[in-house]
Write a protein that binds this ligand. Structure first.
Ligand SMILES: [Zn+2]
Length: 407
């Protein structure tokens, strides 16, 4: 049979359709649980080591306490085990390994059939609510209470960045060429945060690797509640801390999807959106306007923007190299930023898309913080002139899409 002809009725790549269906069905943890029971033990203990569900991939030990799903929300559904390479396996790779579909595409089709409400498949009980495994989404009352307590323990020692003890935090921004002022919003300083690393293989206990000053930013949900903290571990002299992962988020509370960090909130109905605290701050310095940032490009597409607060959104995209592990022609940063642009435009916002031009195709090029600092944009007089200058460094001078009804 001719597969191409059969699939030609779809108006978007299958991967995008499946991504959307997965989100509508409660995310990958729910979907994996609906497709198979192979991962039930691991789904019940997200982030914790369990026996590998694929003992045949292991030698004599059989993978005892080697396998876990990552609790990093931006990689939901990805699992790590000693039988895998460093990056572990994605949800789809795990399902293929479990025998759902013989390869990536046929597995995606199986997921599509199972989740598509218009599917003619009789095998799926369409009225059934998605399976919610108690600990899988971290949403049992016990887990919520535990996570809340952890966030509280960090929050109680936070000070604003103009506090005398926050000098390392101010120094960090200054050294990057983007000095702070009083407009910095949901970004604070912690004098000494513990940095934990995974224990030795087979041990669930984490090991304390050091205590460092940290820049701590709050993610707020759609309703404005703090649902997580983002931490940048630094040194007393305001450099990045000597740790393997300088930036981390904590385990999220309910409402984390769609949340963002408010870097600056000023008057005016234009919102600037980027990924990363420092880039967001550099964009505020350049524009003088409100800025919200996502934790990573993967969380950009769902970022919530309030129609009551803003009319116009400027998206400051990264220009990432093409990721050979994915089936798309653009890098992750611009792919997800463009997804956000499309969504916000559909929601009725005027949208401007800014991507740095002149970046080489196969390496990570300059991002907007680099452009702002290296081109001396902050030395230019006047926000209007700065923005025009930045547009000259954007692909197509920045792409603006406004609704025709807008005056
Ligand atoms: Zn394994």
């Amino acid at each position: 049979m001719n597969r191409k002809r059969n699939t030609s009725k779809f108006t978007e790549p299958l991967s995008e359709t499946v991504d959307r269906l997965v989100q509508q069905n409660g995310g990958w943890f729910n979907v994996i649980g609906r497709m198979t029971n192979t991962f039930d033990q691991a789904l019940g203990k997200i982030g914790k080591l369990v026996d590998c569900p694929f003992p045949s991939r292991h030698s004599a030990t059989g993978g005892k306490l080697d396998f876990r799903f990552t609790d990093d929300a931006s990689y939901e559904g990805r699992a790590i085990c000693t039988c895998m390479q460093d990056r572990g396996m994605s949800a789809v790779e795990l399902l293929v390994e479990d025998g759902i579909g013989k390869d990536y595409t046929s597995c995606m089709l199986e997921i599509f059939k199972a989740l598509n409400p218009a599917s003619s498949s009789d095998h799926v009980r369409k009225e059934t609510a998605p399976v919610v495994r108690p600990a899988s989404s971290g949403m049992t009352q016990d887990v919520i209470a535990y996570r809340k307590e952890k966030l509280f323990l960090i929050a109680r020692d936070l000070v604003t960045l103009d506090h005398p003890s926050a000098a390392p935090g101010r120094e960090y921004f200054k050294k990057r060429g983007i000095p702070l002022n009083s407009n910095i919003h949901d970004v604070r300083f912690h004098p000494g945060l513990e940095y934990w690393v995974d224990g030795e293989k087979g041990q669930e206990k984490k090991v304390l690797a050091g205590v460092y000053p940290a820049i701590v930013s709050a993610f707020r949900s759609k309703s404005g509640v703090v649902v997580n903290f983002h931490r940048i571990f630094i040194t007393e002299s305001g450099d990045k801390a000597p740790v393997s992962k300088v930036k981390k988020i904590c385990a999220p509370m309910p409402g984390f999807a769609g949340s963002s960090i408010t870097i600056a909130k000023t008057q005016g109905r234009v919102l600037h959106v980027a990924e990363g605290v420092e880039k967001g701050w550099s964009i505020h310095l350049a524009t003088g306007e409100s800025v919200k940032v996502a934790y990573s490009c993967g969380s950009l597409p769902k970022l919530h923007v309030d129609k009551a607060e803003f009319d116009s959104v400027v998206i400051w995209s990264d220009c990432d190299p093409v990721n050979p592990k994915r089936n798309r022609k653009s890098g992750d940063g611009q792919y997800f930023a463009w997804e956000l642009a499309r969504r916000l435009y559909k929601e009725g916002f005027e949208v401007t898309f800014m991507m740095p031009s002149g970046n080489p195709e196969n390496v990570k090029g300059r991002d907007w913080e680099d452009v702002i600092v290296e081109e001396g944009v902050l030395d230019l007089k006047g926000f209007y002139y700065r923005l025009q200058t930045l547009k000259s460094f954007a692909v197509n001078g920045g792409v603006n899409k406004r609704h025709s009804s807008a005056a």
